[in-house]
Design a protein around this ligand. Structure first.
Ligand code: NAP
Length: 486
């Protein structure tokens, strides 16, 4: 019987576990470093945390939820959805909580992975487990980071990262520095601005912001969705078709990009009347190069009298506040870092050793790359979900995760049917795939500014180019000749 170990318990892990369980694989072990499942939807609990992809699409295709209260769900509802799906498909009991995977080593003799853990549930020291197949589902946004900011520990007030929100912190009457203005900041700044005496937002780069076409689902919708489940399919398809068009706007000079830019400009002009503030909030790079944000309450929050936008980066933290690139000291009571995640080095928190002692970290020193974002030469029986070049600038990552899970299931089916012990993508297949991908990415908006999608080598390592249907097509039927089966 094939044993499968899955690192993580977020959407990627659930997608794979459910797919394999439905296909009859029973020896599944999920290892989760925390005490609850959910990945980023467990961790990101900042005020206003939610998803900027509509829930009918940001959910499993086989598990529509007639109970969403909004088109754009908040974190609590998404997390509850994940828990209920994990329960329904019998995944929750398979999760070993408090198990942080720190290393994995391929054993050529036995064609197995030996996985080492640390964590509260593993006792003292390190414990180990051995599996035939190792699936990484650690995501791309699980390690909060404070890039290039010195002196963080010296601050005497309250400070925390947006992904590690301190819910004991009361913003009332405080002066708060917010460092960063990306997808997370845009969601919590309106809440802080409402409660705090003053909020100083350090915006290194302005972002394009589009209106968020949110709506509240009424009891009537719920009744229709439950009585005629097909209506949810129609809604999902409509949202998918919309996001596919949206993704086309992430290519160089596309017509959709021009339309999106015009809408973003209109949104800014409509919501911000002060020309100085407008100028500060006008991006100076092609639309789509950084993630396009959706918000109806971000600009009005920035336009409040108690909010100041400083268009400089923070370089240093002092005991009483922050220092910006102009050398100006800003004294504050609290600092919230909305500075994003360590996205440069995929899977580097785990020491992964493949054939002939090859380290994944070494192989990916110039940026991660993998066949279909899932399979890596020299690392047999290692499947990576939400791996290199599978993140989206628009659209639902869950669509991508389902496609990946289906492909992994096919690999497993072929392994077991052919009585093979290992499957490894060939270098030729991976290189050809990567060449083609890199050519497509040259025409993407992401090539034209600094963003978290690019590795320091310059290579775009995070994102899939364009619409999602070509990925679904590429992963629909496994191409056996791309792999060595032994
Ligand atoms: P992020 O997009 O990486 O944003 C980090 C922000 O911090 C940027 O504005 C960055 O400026 C700024 N920054 C970094 N160092 C700074 C410094 N020293 N001084 C001033 N500013 C600094 O991080 P995020 O907002 O947490 O979002 C990360 C990703 O998570 C998103 O792109 C998205 O994929 C995902 N996310 C999704 C949702 C959703 O609704 N689906 C919500 C939240 C997050 P620069 O732009 O100049 O680098």
């Amino acid at each position: 019987m094939t044993s499968v170990g899955i690192i993580g318990s977020g959407f990627g892990a659930l997608a794979v576990a459910i797919e394999l369980r439905r296909a009859g694989y029973t020896d599944l072990r999920l290892w989760e470093r925390s005490e609850d499942l959910g990945g980023v939807w467990r961790d990101n609990t900042y005020p206003g945390a939610g998803c900027d992809v509509p829930s009918p699409l940001y959910s499993f295709s086989y598990e529509p939820n007639p109970g969403w209260t909004h088109r754009y769900s908040l974190q609590g509802e998404i997390h509850a959805y994940m828990r209920s799906v994990a329960d329904k498909y019998g995944i929750t009991p398979l999760v070993k909580f408090g198990h942080e995977v720190v290393a994995a080593r391929w054993d050529e003799e036995s064609s197995t992975w030996t996985v080492a853990f640390e964590g509260p549930s593993t006792g003292t020291g390190t414990s180990e487990d051995t599996v035939d197949i190792l699936v990484s589902a650690v995501g791309q946004l699980s390690r909060p980071t404070l890039p290039g900011i010195a002196g963080v520990e010296s601050f005497v007030g309250t400070s925390f990262h947006s992904a590690e929100w301190d819910h004991s912190f009361d913003a009332t009457g405080k002066t708060i520095a917010v460092v960063g203005s990306g997808a997370s900041a845009v969601q919590f700044i309106p809440h802080l601005a409402r409660d705090a005496a003053r909020v100083v937002v350090f915006q290194r780069s302005a972002n394009y912001v589009l209106p968020k076409p949110d709506t509240t689902y009424k009891a009537f919708h719920k009744r229709v969705f439950e009585a005629v489940p097909f209506t949810q399919r129609i809604e999902r398809s409509g949202v998918w078709a919309f996001t596919e068009q949206f993704s086309r706007g992430l290519d160089d000079g596309s017509r959709v990009a021009r339309i999106n830019k015009a809408i973003a400009r209109w949104h800014l002009h409509r919501q911000v009347k002060d020309p100085d503030l407008r100028a500060k909030l006008t991006p100076d790079y092609p639309i789509g190069c950084k993630r396009i944000l959706f918000s109806n309450n971000f600009y009005p929050a920035l336009a409040r009298d108690n909010v100041e936008v400083v268009t400089h980066a923070v370089t240093r933290v002092t005991p009483t506040g922050v220092v910006d690139t102009e050398g100006t000291q800003h004294d504050v009571d609290a600092i919230v870092y909305a500075t994003g995640f360590d996205t440069q080095d995929f899977l580097q928190s785990i020491d992964i050793t493949g054939v002939r002692g090859q380290k994944l970290a070494t192989q990916w020193a110039d940026g991660a790359h993998a066949y279909l974002g899932m399979y890596v030469p020299n690392f047999p029986n290692l499947f990576v979900t939400y791996g290199p070049n599978t993140n989206l600038g628009g659209g639902s990552i869950i669509f991508m995760l389902e496609a990946q899970a289906r492909h992994m299931r096919q690999a497993l089916d072929r392994l077991t049917a052919g009585d093979y012990a290992s499957v490894e993508v060939t270098e030729e297949a991976e290189e050809a795939y990567d060449r083609d991908l890199m050519e497509k990415l040259e025409h993407s908006a992401w090539a034209h500014c600094d963003n978290w999608y690019r590795h320091r080598s310059g290579r775009i390592t995070s994102n899939w180019p364009g619409a999602t249907w070509p990925f679904a097509k590429a992963t629909k039927v496994l191409e056996p000749t791309a792999f060595r089966w032994s």
